[in-house]
Ligand binder design. Structure first.
Ligand SMILES: Cc1cc2nc3c(=O)[nH]c(=O)nc-3n(C[C@H](O)[C@H](O)[C@H](O)COP(=O)(O)O)c2cc1C
Length: 222
């Protein structure tokens, strides 16, 4: 099974990107959204030292089990304040810390892909930097990455067009009307390719291509 996890909002760009990677992977997939779920940060309590399982009791527990079951992983997160959002950070703090004791590293060699979303320019640079560190530490085998521009919450706050400190002010002149065409989605932006083996013409196509690569790598290990 290939597992997709999104640390973004419900039904927004991070979710749709992870979902499109899973679509491209085909076959047996599962999707988990962290939206609305409680994922507390690591307390460094050392409760995981003996059995490599985090002892904090919240929604992380069931998701960690799925990570253990999966043959491949795609993890997506949005940028908040020039870093991966804290829900994504909390997830990886706990997954990486609890599984490394006694050099267990149970995900070592598992094929994985990362999806990074930001509001500004779609480079996803901060999330990619964070995820690259976590993936490397866990020993995951990175198959590829995708970065896309997401939808600032300012597009739907009601004041976005006129707000001088909002996300839209960095993208458009103040007073620009908000239409579906300017709200970033997977279907109205070009790929930001780092790997041209996929050759798609849309961000959704890029996500599908990444999913295909992930599936190939998972199948190659069976
Ligand atoms: C608290 C907060 C901080 C943010 N900080 C940044 C930022 O530093 N840089 C950026 O490009 N986008 C930033 N964004 C925009 C999000 O990355 C963007 O809205 C993204 O689409 C959210 O993903 P989602 O729509 O899938 O939830 C921020 C959004 C929020 C809510």
């Amino acid at each position: 099974m290939i597992l997709g996890i999104s640390a973004g909002r419900k039904n927004r760009v991070t979710e749709s990107t992870v979902g499109a990677v899973l679509d491209g992977a085909g076959g047996d997939t599962e999707f988990v959204s962290l939206a609305g779920k409680l994922i507390r940060p690591c307390e460094a309590c050392n409760g995981c030292v003996d059995d490599n399982t985090c002892v904090l009791d919240d929604d992380f527990t069931a998701i960690e089990e799925l990570v253990h079951e999966c043959g491949g992983l795609v993890f997506g997160a949005p940028t908040y304040w020039a870093t991966m959002n804290s829900k994504g950070q909390a997830f990886w703090e706990r997954l990486s810390f609890s599984t490394r004791h006694n050099a267990l590293f149970p995900f070592s060699g598992t094929p994985a892909a990362m999806a990074a979303v930001d509001g500004k320019d779609g480079t996803g640079e901060y999330v990619l930097a964070d995820l690259k560190r976590y993936f490397a530490d866990a020993g995951l085998e990175t198959v590829g990455t995708i970065a896309v521009q997401g939808e600032y919450a300012c597009f739907t706050c009601g004041y976005g067009s006129e707000c001088a400190v909002g996300g839209l002010a960095g993208l458009y002149p103040l007073g620009t009307g908000i239409t579906d065409e300017i709200i970033p989605s997977l279907d109205n932006q070009k790929p930001h390719l780092e790997d041209d083996r996929r050759g798609p013409t849309s961000a959704r196509g890029e996500a599908h291509g990444l999913g295909g690569l992930l599936r190939q790598e998972v199948d190659a290990r069976r």
